[in-house]
Design a protein around this ligand. Structure first.
Ligand SMILES: Cc1cc2nc3c(=O)[nH]c(=O)nc-3n(C[C@H](O)[C@H](O)[C@H](O)COP(=O)(O)OP(=O)(O)OC[C@H]3O[C@@H](n4cnc5c(N)ncnc54)[C@H](O)[C@@H]3O)c2cc1C
Length: 530
C-alpha cells in the first residue's frame, strides 16, 4: 500500500512540482558524488543512495520519508548511473550509505535486495545513533500525520486523547440506507471485480447470496431481489462479471430498484470521503444478518450456526473483500477465535460481536481510523450501562442489547417507491391532497417471500406457455396458433355446457317423479318438527 500511495504522490508531483515538496525524482546520470555532497545542507551527515530501476518506488518512498530528517539526504539512481557502476554490483533494489566524514568511500552496502521497510530500518538506526552522538536527544517527533503520509498517527488506544473526543452517537444508529448502500456497492463493485467467478470463489458467492436470501434485513423488494439472485446463482457453474452485473440490473429493474444506485452513508459517513463508508456498512449488514438468523432460528434445534451463517460469511469476506489485509486478518481470526466451537444460535451474534471488537482494538490509533470516530469497544457503556459490571462485559446483557440494537433499523433518508396520492373530499369539494408513501419499515419475513415467489413462479408456469408462443411468432403462424387456441377453447366450453344441461335435466326428472313428496315436505316442514 505504501508503494501504491507513493505512485499517486509521484504522479501529483509531476503535475505541478509544488515548491514545498521534496523532489520526488531520480538523480541525473551526470551528477557525481562530489557534486551531491556539495549540494547538500551541511547539517546532513548521511547520503543514502537507493539503486533501483524505473519506477523507483522504494527510492521515492525513502525520499518522502526522510525529506524532513535532520541527518539524512536520500536519492535514487538507476543501475546505469555512474555511482551505481562504481559501488554497485549488488542485488536490486540496493541501499548504499555514505558519511560526510569520509565522503568518497562506502560506509554501508546492502548485500541482498531490499525493500522500503528494510531501507527504513537501516536508516532509522543511523538517525538514532547520530541523534545520540550529537547530544540532541531523540530524533524530532514525527510530523503531524497529515504532513507525513508514511507515518502512522499517534496511538490513542484507550488513552486520554480518545477520551477527550466526545462520542458522536449518530454513528450508533443502524440505518437501512447504510445497509442498502453496502449491498449496492457489494453487488456492483466488490463481487464483479474478477472477470470470471468460478471454483472456490463461486462456492463462496453461492453460500453468501443464499445467506442473504434467508436473513437480509430490509423491505419485501430487497428480499425478493435476493430470492431471485440466489435462485439464479445456484444454477451457475461459472459467472462472467458482465453477466453478473446484467443480472443484478435486470432484477433491480423488475423490482423497482429497491437498492440505491449510488452509495449514500448516514451513520457510516466518515469525516473524509475515503474514511468509513463501505466497510462500516458491511459490518452493520453482517451484524444485522446474525441477529436476524438468531431471531429466526433460536428455537430450531436443527440450526447449525457455523455451517449456515458464520462460514458463508467468513468465505465471502476471505474471497471478496477488496481490502486484502482485512480479509486475511479476518481469516486468521476465524482460526484463533475458534469459529468451529460455535454451537448455540446466540453464539452467531456473540462470535461476530467479539471478532469486531478484536478488530476495533487492533485498529485503535491506526492510520485507517477516522479521527472523528475513534475505535471503541462496543457497545460503549453510555449506550448500554447494563452491559458491564466493573468494566467486564456481561454476555447475556450484550446479547439482549445486540438483538434490540440490530433489530431496530432506522429508515432516515430512505424515500420509498412507489408513492401514491390521497385526496380528501367534503360535500363534493376537494379538501386536501397529500402525497403518501408506503412505509419503508414494512419488512416482510423471509418465509413469506419464499411463498410469494413460489406462488408467482407457479402462476408464470401456468400463464407462461401461451405467452412465450405469442412472443416469437410471425403473423401467419400467430393466426394459426390463435385459431388452434380458439378451437381448443370452444371444445372446453361445449363440454361444460353439456355437463350442466345434463345435470339440470336429471334434477328435473327426479323432481317430476317425487313432485308431491317434495311440496309436502316444503309446506309441512315446521309441523313435522313440532
Ligand atoms: C471483516 C472486516 C475486517 C476488517 N479488517 C480490517 C483490518 O484488518 N485493518 C483495517 O485497517 N481495517 C479493517 N476493516 C475495516 C474496519 O474494521 C472499519 O470498518 C473501518 O475502519 C471503518 O470503521 P468505523 O469507525 O466506520 O466502524 P466499524 O468498525 O466499521 O463499525 C461499524 C459500526 O458497527 C458498530 N460496531 C462497532 N463495533 C461493534 C461490535 N463489536 N459489535 C457490533 N457492532 C459494532 C458501530 O455502530 C460502528 O459504527 C475490516 C472490515 C471488515 C468488514
Amino acid at each position: 500500500m505504501t508503494l501504491d500511495v507513493v505512485k499517486l504522490v509521484r504522479a501529483d508531483f509531476q503535475k505541478s512540482r509544488p515548491s514545498t515538496w521534496p523532489k520526488i525524482e531520480g538523480t541525473p546520470s551526470t551528477i557525481n558524488l562530489e557534486q551531491l555532497w556539495s549540494s547538500m545542507d551541511s547539517t546532513k551527515q548521511i547520503l543514502a543512495v537507493i539503486i533501483e530501476e524505473d519506477p523507483f518506488l522504494n527510492g521515492f518512498a525513502t525520499i518522502i520519508e526522510y525529506h524532513k530528517n535532520p541527518f539524512i539526504n536520500s536519492i535514487v539512481i538507476p543501475s546505469s548511473h555512474q555511482i551505481a557502476q562504481q559501488f554497485g554490483g549488488v542485488s536490486l533494489p540496493a541501499l548504499l550509505v555514505f558519511k560526510r566524514d569520509n565522503p568518497q568511500s562506502l560506509e554501508y552496502s546492502s548485500k541482498e535486495a531490499v525493500d522500503f521497510n528494510a531501507i527504513k530500518k537501516k536508516l532509522d538506526e543511523y538517525t538514532s545513533n547520530l541523534a545520540e552522538s550529537n547530544h540532541q536527544g531523540p530524533p524530532p517527533p514525527p510530523a503531524p500525520h497529515a504532513n507525513n503520509p508514511l507515518e502512522p498517527s499517534p496511538h490513542p488506544a484507550g488513552g486520554k486523547q480518545m477520551d477527550n473526543i466526545p462520542i458522536d452517537f449518530n454513528q450508533y444508529k443502524v440505518q437501512q440506507l447504510d445497509v442498502a448502500s453496502a449491498l449496492n456497492y457489494m453487488l456492483n463493485q466488490e463481487i464483479p471485480r474478477k472477470p470470471i467467478i468460478d471454483g472456490e470463489k463461486l462456492s463462496a458467492l453461492k453460500g453468501w447470496i443464499h445467506l442473504l436470501k434467508k436473513y437480509v434485513p430490509g423491505t419485501a423488494p430487497i428480499r425478493r431481489l435476493f430470492y431471485r439472485l440466489d435462485e439464479w446463482t445456484q444454477l451457475q457453474s461459472s459467472i462472467k462479471a458482465e453477466d453478473w452485473i446484467e443480472k443484478v440490473e435486470s432484477l433491480q429493474r423488475d423490482l423497482g430498484h429497491p437498492l440505491p444506485s449510488n452509495s449514500t452513508w448516514i451513520a457510516c459517513k466518515g469525516s473524509q470521503a475515503y474514511l468509513r463508508g463501505y466497510t462500516c456498512g458491511l459490518w452493520t449488514l453482517m451484524h444485522a444478518l446474525t441477529v436476524q438468523a438468531y431471531n429466526d432460528e433460536k428455537h430450531n434445534s436443527a440450526f447449525k450456526p457455523v455451517v449456515e451463517v458464520l462460514e458463508p460469511l467468513h468465505q465471502f469476506i476471505f474471497n471478496y473483500l477488496s481490502c486484502e489485509v482485512c480479509a486475511k486478518n479476518f481469516h486468521h481470526m476465524t482460526e484463533s477465535n475458534q469459529l468451529s466451537l460455535v454451537t448455540r444460535p446466540e453464539d452467531t451474534v456473540l462470535w461476530l460481536w467479539r471478532a469486531h471488537n478484536n478488530v476495533n482494538k487492533r485498529l485503535s490509533g491506526d492510520a485507517s481510523e477516522d479521527p472523528k470516530y475513534p475505535k471503541r469497544q462496543f457497545p460503549p457503556p453510555a449506550l448500554c450501562p447494563d452491559c458491564y459490571i466493573n468494566g467486564i462485559p456481561m454476555e447475556d446483557k450484550i446479547l439482549e442489547f445486540m438483538v434490540r440494537y440490530y433489530s431496530d433499523i432506522r429508515t432516515d433518508e430512505v424515500f420509498p417507491q412507489p408513492g401514491y396520492k390521497m385526496t380528501e373530499f367534503e360535500n363534493g369539494k376537494i379538501q386536501k391532497v397529500a402525497n403518501k408513501h408506503l412505509n419503508p419499515k414494512f419488512a416482510i419475513h423471509a418465509d413469506k417471500i419464499d411463498k410469494l415467489e413460489e406462488a408467482e413462479a407457479r402462476l408464470r408456469e401456468i400463464d407462461g406457455g401461451p405467452k412465450r408462443h405469442w412472443k416469437n411468432l410471425d403473423s401467419d403462424s400467430y393466426a394459426a396458433a390463435a385459431n388452434t387456441q380458439t378451437a381448443d377453447r370452444s371444445t372446453f366450453y361445449f363440454v361444460w355446457i353439456v355437463i350442466i344441461v345434463a345435470a339440470l335435466a336429471f334434477a328435473y326428472m327426479k323432481y317430476r317423479q317425487n313432485r308431491s313428496k317434495f311440496w309436502k315436505t316444503l309446506y309441512y316442514y315446521n309441523d313435522y318438527k313440532v
